[in-house]
Ligand binder design. Structure first.
Ligand code: ASP
Length: 591
């Protein structure tokens, strides 16, 4: 090794020892006869001192060294005198007085500072990702990711899980997105599909008798790049045989609890994880991925609103729509301007406007443009129902069910952000269960699976497949955390009749189904155990544990929102002449 110690290691007890360190010059200061370096490697930063008087040749060499040069130094560990220590650095009680310096490599001036946590344009960070990854905050994220994955591997291996790799070149395994296709040179006109998840393969591993499988799996989904998504991302993919829903939930709950408590410095604020039915989650939070770090639960006030003389409310109630509200603490003094900002938020979420009521001191006292449509008793009743106190602000939504949910979910999140109620160090998991098995696809006039087409209905809801499929619940579960979905899974269908019925309902005729999933249907005839699984998204999970705002911060080499790699310049045209011909492909560019 070119070093005897790393740059995060030296302490007072090393004083007097000769050591050799190697790394990057994080910062340099030239104070005439003394040059100081903060020398950085993956483990930390150590101060190095080069004294002109004591070591003139070394000083002559060192004084021209600049940031990010790669150097090796040998010297003696010195306890820093009182008043000269740096409490911000774990190595801050010592310095190394260099007796020898080797310049291993010079560096051009970097396009952004490595040693400052500045707001750098993200495109520039992506273009020079290898430099971005040098920055200590990024190193922290990448190390956390490593520790998370290592913990998961060890935990699952201890629980009898087997890690098995599955192919990347495969046939479509649908999760509701577009496939990435890979042309086959050997089979002209045919394509592999990159797996959207190893769904079919993990189920086949259950048919194959492995009983407990997992994999840190890369998944590929060619989705429109809205939101915080990546064309390729990583899941902890997992499947178990001879289990029921609660077995899967218990395993993951224990894994996540221990992960947070043993690997991170975050605080788990929901223990055990609350379980909400999909319906309940939508009613109380307007979302199937609620953020439980704060309150402001949605309250249904439809019956009360029906009795008022406010036309918007009564009209909606007559049309069968709900009226719901949230109570926002301490915003009752909001100005017109602030309230119109909130209205813009609500409109962006689909609302036509935003009714509000500010609760004031004194029984039933409110400030609100719609107060005149309420009787004093109705106002008192409303205040009691939403649990408002003087100084609070009540926000209303009344529209179609889906719009009301969307608007109040948006307002909850927006108000929590404004009031700084979200602590990134808090982790609030919850389970969402009892999802509807299908959602109605208006455009195609057919049912779509809400999870995927292998999800089993609740046993008691199987008869509904024939009579009222929209009412059937699936044995599906999601794990939500801090307002994000971090895992989804289900107990699978292992009965061919039920599977065929599902194909029928989602408009897949048996011939099509055989063409696409014949291998699975066939396999299921050779003794399939009851099985189920789940797939936590590693990127999102690490993002939350690292308190980061997007998944690109925890992926070493992410792609942009436009699904491009700015560093390598991918995707790109084929590099070799004749490559496309060999693949039997002709490109027709759009006009
Ligand atoms: N394959 C599913 C997904 O990626 C997870 C599962 O059902 O286990 O969402």
């Amino acid at each position: 090794m070119l070093k005897t110690h790393n740059c995060g290691e030296l302490r007072v007890e090393h004083a007097g020892q000769q050591v050799t360190l190697a790394g990057w010059v994080h910062r340099w200061r030239d104070q005439g006869g003394l040059v100081f370096w903060d020398l950085r490697d993956r483990w930390g930063i150590t101060q190095v001192t080069i004294d002109q008087q004591a070591t003139p040749e070394v000083h002559a060499l060192a004084k021209d060294v600049r940031s990010e040069w790669v150097v090796q130094i040998t010297g003696i560990v010195n306890q820093r005198p009182e008043g000269m220590t740096n409490p911000d650095l774990p190595t801050g009680d010592v310095e190394v007085v260099a007796t020898d310096v080797q310049i291993l490599n010079q560096a051009k001036t970097t396009p952004f500072y490595i040693n400052k946590d500045e707001n750098v344009d993200e495109a520039l960070r992506m273009r020079y990702r290898y430099l971005d990854l040098r920055r200590p905050p990024m190193q922290h994220n990448i190390m956390l990711r490593h520790n998370v994955i290592r913990f998961i591997r060890n935990y699952l291996a201890d629980q009898g899980f087997v890690e098995i790799e599955t192919p990347i070149l495969f046939k479509t395994t649908p999760e509701g997105a577009r496939d990435y296709l890979v042309p086959s040179r050997v089979h002209p006109g045919k394509f592999f599909a990159l797996p959207q998840s190893p769904q079919q393969l993990k189920q086949l591993l259950m048919v194959a008798g492995y009983e407990r499988y997992f994999q840190i799996a890369r998944c590929f989904r060619d989705e429109d790049q809205r939101g915080d998504r990546q064309p390729e991302f990583t899941q902890l993919d997992l499947e178990m045989s001879f289990v029921e829903r609660d077995d899967v939930l218990a395993l993951i709950e224990d894994l996540m609890t221990r992960l947070v408590e043993e690997v991170t410095d975050c605080e788990l604020v929901t223990k055990p994880f609350p379980r909400l039915s999909y319906q309940d989650a939508m009613l109380r939070y307007g979302s199937d991925k609620p953020d439980l770090r704060y309150g402001m639960e949605i309250v249904d006030i439809t019956p009360l609103a029906a009795e008022t003389t406010f036309k918007v409310f009564t009209g909606n109630v007559e049309a069968g729509n709900p009226v719901r509200a949230i109570c926002v603490p301490e915003c009752g003094t909001y100005s017109r301007k602030q309230l119109s900002e909130l209205e813009e938020n609500a409109k962006a979420a689909g609302a036509k406007g935003l009714a509000w009521m500010a609760v004031e001191e004194g029984e039933g006292q409110v400030r609100s443009p719609i107060a005149k449509f309420f009787s004093p008793e109705q106002i008192t009743d409303l205040i009691a129902r939403v649990g408002a106190n003087p100084g609070d602000l009540i926000l209303f939504a009344s529209d179609a069910e889906t719009v009301v949910c969307e608007v109040l979910d948006t307002m909850r999140r927006a108000m929590a952000a404004r009031l700084e109620l979200v602590d990134p160090k808090q982790i609030a998991f919850c389970w969402i269960i009892d999802f509807p098995l299908f959602t109605w696809n208006e455009d195609e006039t057919r049912w779509d699976p809400s999870h995927h087409l292998f999800t089993s209905p609740m046993p008691e809801d199987v008869p509904l497949l024939d009579t009222d499929p929209g009412q059937a619940r699936g044995q599906q579960y999601d794990l939500a955390c801090n307002g994000y979905e971090v895992a989804g899974g289900s107990i699978r269908i292992h009965n061919r009749d039920v599977q065929e019925k599902i194909f029928g309902l989602i408009g897949l005729d048996l011939e099509d189904a055989k063409e696409r999933f014949g291998h699975m249907l066939e396999a299921f005839e050779y003794g399939t155990p009851p099985h189920g699984g789940i797939a936590p998204g590693i990127d999102r999970l690490v993002m939350l544990l690292a308190g980061q705002p997007n998944i690109r911060e925890v992926i070493a080499f992410p792609k942009t929102q436009q699904a491009a790699d700015l560093m390598a310049g991918a995707p790109s045209e084929p590099t070799e002449a004749g490559q496309l011909e060999e693949l039997h492909i002709r490109v027709v560019l759009p006009d």
